[in-house]
Design a protein around this ligand. Structure first.
Ligand SMILES: Nc1ncnc2c1ncn2[C@@H]1O[C@H](COP(=O)(O)OP(=O)(O)O)[C@@H](O)[C@H]1O
Ligand SMILES: [Mg+2]
Length: 284
């Protein structure tokens, strides 16, 4: 099954006034059981695209449809677990436990209490400690985790995480990465919207770059990192990839697509040793 976006454009309206297109002729195919990283500068249309996928917005022109699916698009959209970029916008219950139970109740799921407890614990908000808090009294990072826990509690097959690590500390970010790894192992479909490439590049099957409402690139990670013209694309590459690219620009014949900093360090050291050895041999 795959979700297909065909020539999708979208503009927001303010009353009767039509704004500019914030998505312009987007063509995408998103297959189930794959992990995608959607990135691009602020204002490029990533959140708008997430809302279209979830069916909370409809394209101004173009279409979204399912291919090879045995359910309707709206059933799939209903079942997509979307965690919002600004979680405080989605809370409306008085306590954390009511907030997290809301999704499973709305989806007529069983084991509501267990889902709420497991969802919170899995994201590092111990249920016993947080269940009676007001969602609005949580810190920004805790709110983000609650938003994600609320999605996990529904156990969807498709996840869309909009900037899931924004505002989280090292531990919180690591927890999100671990969760995503688990979802991938469980063969869920995961779409991560993030500018923190170093966290997700080696997990995703494909990376999509949006710029000014257009898909600039949609390739696998290795092809992405090896791309000669990557500096023309407005993304913040992991530090070690930038170093590898600088060295290659200086004439080093090294691969630049490593997603592991330790591996990148080995590439640099080995190349240097090899280079020294060759220049010694030349001198002899
Ligand atoms: N509710 C809205 N009403 C009007 N314009 C909006 C609204 N939401 C977003 N926009 C505009 O749409 C563009 C894309 O925004 P968004 O999808 O949030 O981008 P991103 O998530 O990549 O930062 C921006 O120019 C933004 O100002
Ligand atoms: Mg956004």
């Amino acid at each position: 099954m795959e979700i297909v976006l065909k020539d999708v454009s979208f503009c927001y309206r303010r009353g009767d006034i039509k704004g500019d297109d914030v998505l312009k002729g987007v063509n995408l195919r998103l297959q189930e059981k794959k992990c995608y990283l959607l990135t691009g500068p602020c204002g490029s249309g990533k959140t708008t695209l997430a809302l279209l996928l979830k069916g909370l917005l409809v394209p101004t022109s173009g279409s979204i449809f399912l291919k090879n699916g045995n359910i309707s698009l709206s059933s799939l959209q209903d079942a997509i677990g979307l965690s919002f970029q600004f979680p405080e916008e989605q809370f409306f219950k008085e306590t954390v436990e009511e907030e997290i139970a809301y999704g499973p109740i709305m989806h007529n799921l069983d084991r509501i209490d267990e889902r709420a407890r497991d969802g919170l614990n899995s994201i590092g908000l111990p249920y016993e400690q947080f269940s009676k808090y007001s969602p609005f009294d949580l810190s920004c990072g805790e709110q983000r985790r609650l938003a994600i826990a609320s999605v996990i509690a529904c156990d969807p097959l498709w996840y869309v995480f909009d900037e899931p690590t924004a505002g989280l500390d090292f531990e919180g970010r690591s927890k999100i990465v671990e969760l995503v790894k688990n979802f991938i192992r469980e063969k869920k479909t995961v779409i991560i919207i993030s500018q923190e490439l170093e966290l997700f590049l080696d997990l995703c099957d494909e990376i999509m770059v949006l710029e000014e409402g257009m898909v600039k690139l949609m390739v696998d990670t290795k092809t992405f990192l090896e791309k000669e013209t990557l500096n023309e694309i407005k993304v913040f590459l992991p530090y070690h990839n930038r170093v590898l690219r600088i060295l290659r620009n200086r004439g080093w014949e090294i691969p630049v697509s490593s997603t592991d900093p330790l591996n990148a360090a080995s590439i640099i050291v080995e190349y240097k040793i090899d280079k020294n050895r060759r220049s010694l041999e030349k001198r002899r």
